[in-house]
Design a binder for this molecule. Structure first.
Ligand code: GLC
Length: 570
């Protein structure tokens, strides 16, 4: 590669001065300028059942999250997204919601939620919560009422009930498949006991799809948004935002249908234009609903789309003017460890989002994805690449999300068959082990499960943790200059303390077919990722600000990212 330019000021050393993970960070994040904070924010995803258990029942809870907020503040994130903590029969780990405006009793109370928000705001952390509009739980009062009501009744119109095909309606209304396997339709017995209509569920049968062409559904979700805004939240993550609307006549999807819903680009329930007026309405609601003290002002509230839409131009429509502000970039998460593929994803995403003046929202992991360490090859290779990927993500222009445990470099846990809970396991006929392996409780400290996650016995924790996680605990990694935790803390600190270079424009370097990927952020910072096996030379004068692996002999080794300082950072 061409020579990297020289740099001059003293390097930023690894973050040795970070306070104990269990004690307050001693400060509110530096980023006080609020205007459009979400453009370059880093948000931490908390999966509350697996984060920290305050009452010893083996399941993480809201008080547990509150107790660990200092850890998140010290990590250096701007916001915390808490995945569903609402009452749920747990057919899909909480994404089957029975009451959208309450707290699951095993996770706490509304007062606990209010205390969490209060403390987060005092620490300078913003709080996002999930809104799950595509479906409810089958235990939701609306659905319970629908199944005991007659076909065509008001109660049924809130969902997608249809008569079946065939002489006796014995075949489903169309050929749609559930994302978790099997048909997307389930038949109900009518109140008189005869086999009756079918209802649509793009996910598990316990997650009936709502009818977004029904005014009462629209109104109820506005009520839900207002409810959580009144409890001080700063924004919402919108679950499966791309499937709320279905083509009105529910045509067959045809043979091209994939079980993975995110692959069904041309299907009659995928990414319909009807979605956008709804999301503009939500944005207008967020922009005008009065704010609670401590929360961000109305015009600064955030909507982030979970839209598994891989065409960057289609994805950019969710974040057009007056709509949401962020949409997760799943193409980045799913991109193989390959320079050319990464370059294509980055170039395409940056261009598409720039066209609508929205940030790219980078994401490497979530509660739905195989952990990066495992996905990139496992073992030491996977860990090395996950470190390099983290520095790549955090140098790119835009916002980023970090899923709990990503900053610890946790691998995907292998769970015994009997402990798997993901509906994918049963519905795939035990061929797909599902997503539970990334949802295992966080190891905080100590040498044995449950590693400080809970005071319950390991066998009473809602998921078992691996026996070899002692070196991955927060306690073990804290203060270790070579740990993943220190890498994340240091990168986030540089991002926060030196926002200027990291808000500079992106200039990609080098030829398209190189085995490395390089880019400049303005004139101060350069990021180079070596995906290939051969070392990539640094110039004699290049000053390495931060690297994901030791850089010896002025060469970037395989599977390594370096941040190079080109001028003193502002
Ligand atoms: C989203 C959630 C996932 C859930 C699905 C159905 O993709 O992230 O966990 O299974 O929606 O609600």
């Amino acid at each position: 590669m061409s020579a990297l330019p020289a740099a001059s000021a003293a390097p930023v050393t690894p973050d040795r001065g970070t306070p104990e993970w269990s004690t307050p960070s001693g400060g509110v994040p530096d980023k006080t300028a609020l205007a459009q904070w979400w453009r370059d924010s880093v948000c931490y995803e908390v999966y509350p059942r697996s984060f920290s258990d305050s009452d010893g029942d083996g399941t993480g809870d809201l008080r547990g999250v509150t107790a660990c907020l200092e850890y998140l503040s010290a990590l250096g994130v701007d916001a915390v997204w808490i995945t569903p903590f609402y009452p749920s029969p747990l057919a899909d780990a909480g994404y089957d919601i029975a009451d959208h405006t309450a707290v699951a009793p095993e996770l706490g109370t509304l007062a606990d939620f209010d205390a969490l928000v209060l403390k987060a705001h005092a620490l300078g952390l913003k709080i996002l919560v999930d809104v799950v509009p595509n479906h409810t739980s089958d235990a939701h009062p609306w659905f319970r009422q629908a199944v005991v009501s007659a076909p065509g009744s008001r109660a049924r119109q809130r969902y997608m009930f249809r008569p079946g095909q065939g002489q006796d309606g014995e075949a489903p209304p169309n050929d749609w498949r559930s994302a978790f396997g099997g048909p997307a339709w389930t038949r109900v017995p009518e109140p008189d006991g005869r086999p009756g209509e079918w209802y649509l569920h793009l996910h598990a049968p316990e997650q009936p799809d709502l009818n977004w062409r029904d005014g009462e559904v629209v109104d109820d979700f506005e009520r839900i948004l207002r409810f959580w805004l009144d409890h001080g939240v700063d924004g919402f993550r919108v679950d499966v935002a791309h499937t709320l609307f279905k083509e009105s006549d529910l045509p067959d999807a045809g043979p091209g249908q994939h079980q993975d819903i995110s692959r069904n680009h041309l299907m009659p329930y995928y990414d319909l234009d009807d979605l956008h007026p709804l999301f503009r309405q939500w944005r207008a609601l967020l922009d005008r609903h009065p704010a609670r003290p401590g929360a961000v002002p109305p015009g600064e509230r955030l909507l982030v789309a979970e839209a598994a839409v891989f065409d960057p131009d289609r994805l950019s429509r969710y974040v057009g003017p007056g709509e949401m502000q962020q949409s997760f970039n799943f193409a980045f998460l799913e991109c193989p460890w390959d320079a050319e593929a990464m370059r294509r994803v980055i170039e395409g995403s940056v261009a598409a989002m720039a066209a609508v003046d929205a940030p790219v929202t980078w994401v490497l992991s979530s509660h739905d994805a195989v952990r990066p360490v495992t996905r990139y090859g496992g073992g030491s290779t996977g860990r090395r690449r996950a470190r390099a990927a983290a520095l790549l993500m955090l140098a790119l222009p835009g916002a980023a999300y970090v899923f709990q445990g990503e900053e610890l470099g946790l691998p995907q846990a292998e769970l015994p068959d009997g402990r798997l809970r993901d509906p994918l396991w049963e519905r795939s006929g035990h061929t797909d082990r599902g997503r539970d392996g990334c949802r295992v409780p966080i190891p905080w400290k100590g040498g044995r499960a449950p590693y400080g996650f809970s005071s319950a016995a390991p066998e009473d924790c809602w998921f078992p943790q691996p026996a070899d996680w002692t070196s991955l605990t927060v306690e073990a990694q804290h203060g270790d200059s070579g740990s993943m935790l220190t890498l994340y803390r240091t990168a986030l600190r540089i991002r926060r303390e030196h926002p200027a270079p990291l808000s500079g424009p992106l200039t990609l370097l080098g030829p398209d077919d190189a085995s490395w990927l390089g880019f400049d952020r303005g004139s101060e910072l350069r990021c180079v990722v070596n995906f290939g096996p051969d070392p990539v030379p640094l110039d004699q004068d290049d000053e390495v600000l931060l690297s994901s692996a030791p850089v010896g002999g002025r060469k970037i080794p395989a599977d390594t990212t370096v941040w190079v300082r080109r001028r003193p950072l502002r």
